[in-house]
Structures are given as structure tokens and as C-alpha cells.
Design a protein around this ligand. Sequence first.
Ligand SMILES: [Zn+2]
Length: 94
Amino acid sequence: MGYYSDLDDFFGDDQQAEEHHQEDLYKEQLKAAAKKRAVQIEVAKHLKAEVTGSKVEVKCLCCRDVFTARIADRKRGWAKYCSKSCKAQKQMKK
Ligand SMILES: [Zn+2]
């Protein structure tokens, strides 16, 4: 092997190493992008739930009836009773 072929090999290896490095960077970027997208989807879901007023089934704390309440209300600590009369009853017992 002469000097020039050694030089070619050297550059060849270097090129490959560089490609591997780029590949790793690309994978890292993909991972970061996927993570970011997952967060964005969660945020979008959350916002959509707030906007569309997604419902959830909950049990009335008074009569144990199952009723649907808005998730947004539940988050505020509301919608614990199926009706105003149940709420009034429970609060009167306190
Ligand atoms: Zn009730």
C-alpha cells in the first residue's frame, strides 16, 4: 500500500464515521421530535376537552346516581352532585 491509498482509506473511514455521526444526530432529532409531538398531542387533547366540554361519568356524592359531568367542571372541583337538590341535601347534613 502506498501513501495515497492509505490516505484514501483514512478519508473513507472518516467519511463513514461522519455518516454514523449524522445518523445518530438524525435519530436523536427524530426522538426529540416524537417527544415534542406527543406533548403537543396531549396538550391538544386537553385543550379540545376544555373547548368541546368532554363529559365523564361520575357518581353523585349524595344519591349515588351516575350522571355525566363536564371534565372541565370536575377539574374545578364542581359537578359532584347530580342535581342542585342533592347538593343542597348533602350540604345541609354537614
Ligand atoms: Zn344525586
